[in-house]
Write a protein that binds this ligand. Sequence first.
Ligand code: HEM
Length: 449
Amino acid sequence: MSAERLRYTVRNRFPGEHLVRSRGNLLRSVELMAATDPDLAVAKTVVGRTILLASHPDLAREVLTGHPRSLRKGLGLQRTRFVLGNGLLTSEGEFHLRQRRLAQPAFHRERIARYAEEMVARTEAAAASWTDGQVLDLARAMHHLTLDIVGRTLFGVDLLGRAAELGKALTAVLDSFSIWLILFGERLYDLPIPRMRRAKQAVPALDAAIYAIIEDHRRSGRDQGDLLSMLMAARDAEGDGSGMTDVQLRDEVMTLILAGHETTANALAWTWWFLAQHPTIDARLAAEVRDACGDRPITMADLPNLPYTRAVFSEAMRLRPPAYATSREVIEPIVLGGQEVPVGAQVLVSPWVTQRDPRWWTEPLRFDPDRWLAPRAEPNHRHAYFPFGGGTRVCIGEQFAWTEGILVIAALVRRWRFRLTIPASAVRLQAAVTLRPAPGIPVVCERRP
Ligand code: HEM
């Protein structure tokens, strides 16, 4: 197919049409794009940039795993460097590979098994602090819990204890990561928008907190067995043998705190929102956990005996993928789906779109964990589910997140049932850096008999 085709397949009638029609709602905007071509849609942004949305699973896979030298992280992520620096999420090329090699051992199976104990202990502590009839925002509770877990497992510190210094700064930074602001109107980035200004002002507070954690570790002088100790001790045996500077350590710590808690927190918050609407599924889930684990502490060894719990978490991330869109920028022309894609174009893949496409999922909008279990075993295309991305940039925390998600659900569901205090439809989707429930998940806690 000739390069000419690209010009003719730009389907929006004026630049930025999808964003304008969706009134700035990115989820709606990708849906509108997908409606013009369910496999590979092409549009122009308000600033005239070419945007592609690869929704066919084969094409999404190609974007995530193919063309590693021709694609780099999209503009959205590049713009987060003002806070994430050159950490795992944002770095590129050889440097990224080296950092990934250094961090990888912290995510090996036997390490995750150790973290699992902490995950359950922190969850049990949270569950024990609630009372029957208490009103709670579960979205907030899940944020606290996952921040606590990341802090204790990866850095050996009590991040919740530092919540006062970290909390406001983290919120300011996360609020600025609205992808549509950055991706579709990137010039806005340098304008004095209050949200951007607040985020930039928050960075020194975050820096101070993170350098203090690094300094504490260094002063203690012993290997505490956590990721930070490993990163500090690491020497790149396959590379030049050097270790990491404090600035590199800071960038990795910042990245792992942000990437490691916000995503899982939202995945869990939405899981409870679904369960509150489906009492039969909720009861079956509680029964599975009771049968497999009784009343003793849950461990990683229980995971194979909790298939329904895994199915529930999979299904929640299918319909509410925390990382609902990922983008790449073309730095060398590529051919994708027969189209020549020019340098500077942004190529999006969206689990939000592909994971609810009726070609791969039966009754795609229904919350139905059974679709993951035999004999159904959906999806009908093996690459139609990718909440953790793929290829060399696949989420390094994927196994951590599956373990955490399943253990947290299991540990809470056997003690508590949650009833929404507002209609389920009043909980809106907020497409921020991840897919958040707004205004939260307000529930009443009911002790399970
Ligand atoms: C449900 C939970 C999670 C989801 C849905 C998720 C999703 C993702 C996705 C889609 C990417 C790839 C982004 C891209 O290709 O541009 C990614 C990368 C990453 N995630 Fe996660 N993540 C989750 C949990 C975690 C956890 C628990 C950690 C750490 C403890 C983590 C750390 C990272 C890091 C460091 C990267 C960058 C990896 C690299 O490029 O080498 N994530 N995540």
